[in-house]
Design a protein around this ligand. Structure first.
Ligand code: FCB
Length: 454
């Protein structure tokens, strides 16, 4: 492992107490799960590379080892999720052994001096829940609330930072609008309904955790937030009012509506008609913000032969293995807007799947440069950054060959190997900032990539 040596004062210094870490989720890493995804993966054709999650990274058994890696790589926080189907394998049946397992994981995180951030739902549902109607059924709200209260009772002494549902908009749209995640429906009205239930379930969870653990707003009171996926929508032709309107309306429905609802209690489209539900109001102590990419919209994009990707623009750094454009400035633009909500922000995911690891290092450095700009120029209250992901894992319907990890995983042997980018990130953490040398190196690299596909 290359040793860390402090060579110079960082040019871009982050606030003291900034949290630095990485994120994983249960189904993508644990292995041996039995939920609606496990069932769906078995049907040929559903996972692009033909794989099934199977034993995944076997994080379930290797977590001590993986947490050692996170620690060695300088991380001081760790985001992971617990698997509902393990904890409640049948409706109202609670599995004490699995709770004990997650207590051990949490203790292992804390023993290494890392602050845990827990997520209670990360795309997967118990089979009984899915079979009973899943998220389109209004009972989902109560079922999720009960599960959350149980977790607050059982894990509350070990967790300070809670997020209820990961990326509700991504879940609802991929599962009910785009037909890409189980149950693969394409029904816009169900999309709105599922998102509404997830919103109400989020509010249930917020109150349940505070009811069980106390909300005295002291230093030690639990913090409960949401993890919201955000895309930076931009008009391809910024001179065109139609293109600008299209970007603004996508921004409102995809990025803003969920946050507006948990902020004000007013439930706008696609989740409602503007009605007020007081129990939803101000149900966030912080925002978990996931950022990956920009989406250019407008006429030229619609008429482009490959509608999923925009024609290249001069400021584009090309696409990743996921076909997602690398656009660091998008994180700055979104932070600028998010600042108006006045909540602390935790960047709960930001990362890239690329074959060329140098691009991963560049991705991290240039996104952090923009985060730093938002903090220093705008006063954005950003408190944490979690790279997605600590290690390669099961990338949902893309399978195993999309590699997001700071750590490479050999799926035959389950051997882990830190990539060079893991050390670039470690040095940023150790410096609590980015040196001029690092920044210049990756800016130069970026200049060679404009408009490329990697
Ligand atoms: C996010 C998911 C996460 C991972 C990354 C690449 O949408 O929350 O599980 O798949 O994308």
């Amino acid at each position: 492992m290359p040793a860390y040596q402090r060579e110079e004062e960082p040019l871009l210094q982050f606030p003291p107490d900034f949290l630095w870490g990485s994120a994983i989720s249960a189904h993508q890493t644990e292995g041996g799960n039995n939920n609606q995804w496990t069932e769906w993966e078995k049907q040929p054709g559903n996972i692009v590379d033909g794989s099934v999650s199977g034993r995944a990274d076997d994080f379930y058994h290797l977590y001590e080892h993986d947490l050692d890696l996170a620690k060695e790589l300088g991380h001081n926080t760790f985001r992971f999720s617990v698997e509902w189907s393990r904890i409640e394998p049948g409706e109202g049946e609670w599995n004490a052994r699995e709770i004990e397992h997650y207590r051990m994981v949490l203790k292992a995180i804390r023993r290494r001096g890392l602050e845990p951030l827990i997520t209670l739902h990360h795309f997967t549902n118990p089979i009984w829940m899915e079979a009973g109607g899943g998220w389109p059924d209004s009972r989902s709200v109560e079922l999720f609330g009960r599960y959350t209260s149980y977790l607050a009772e059982k894990l509350g002494d070990l967790v300070g930072i809670w997020t209820a549902i990961n990326e509700p908009t991504a879940y609802a749209s991929m599962s009910y609008m785009h037909g890409k995640f189980p149950p693969c429906e394409k029904d816009p009205s169900k999309y709105g309904l599922v998102l509404r239930h997830m919103l109400l379930a989020h509010a249930e969870a917020y109150h349940a955790i505070h009811d069980v653990l106390g909300k005295n707003r002291t230093k030690d009171a639990p913090k409960v937030g949401t993890v919201k996926d955000m895309t930076y929508f931009q008009a391809f032709d910024e001179e065109s009012p139609e293109d600008r309107n299209e970007a603004a309306s996508l921004h409102q429905s995809y990025n803003a509506s969920f946050l507006d609802a948990i902020d004000t209690g007013r439930i706008g489209p696609p989740m409602g008609q503007g009605e007020l539900i007081p129990t939803v109001e101000d149900t966030w102590d912080f925002l978990g913000f996931n950022y990956y990419t920009r989406r250019l919209v407008g006429e030229r994009v619609r008429n482009h032969p490959n509608k999923s990707t925009a024609p290249p623009r001069k400021d584009s750094l090309g696409e990743t293995d996921m076909g997602w454009e690398i656009y660091p400035q998008g994180i700055y633009e979104l932070l600028k807007w998010l600042k108006s909500y006045g909540k602390p922000i935790y960047i709960t995911e930001n990362g890239t799947a690329v074959h060329d690891d140098k691009i991963r290092s560049m991705f991290i450095v240039l996104h952090l440069e923009q985060v730093h700009r938002a903090i220093t120029e705008l006063g954005a209250d950003v408190r944490a950054y979690y790279y997605w992901s600590l290690m390669d894992n099961f990338e949902w319907n893309s399978g195993f060959n999309k590699r997001f990890g700071l750590v490479e995983v050999d799926y035959k042997t389950l051997k882990r190997k830190s990539r060079p980018s893991a050390y670039v990130y470690r040095d940023i953490i150790m410096n609590n900032g980015i040196t001029a040398k690092t920044l210049n190196e990756y800016k130069k690299h970026a200049a060679t990539l404009v408009g490329n596909k990697h």
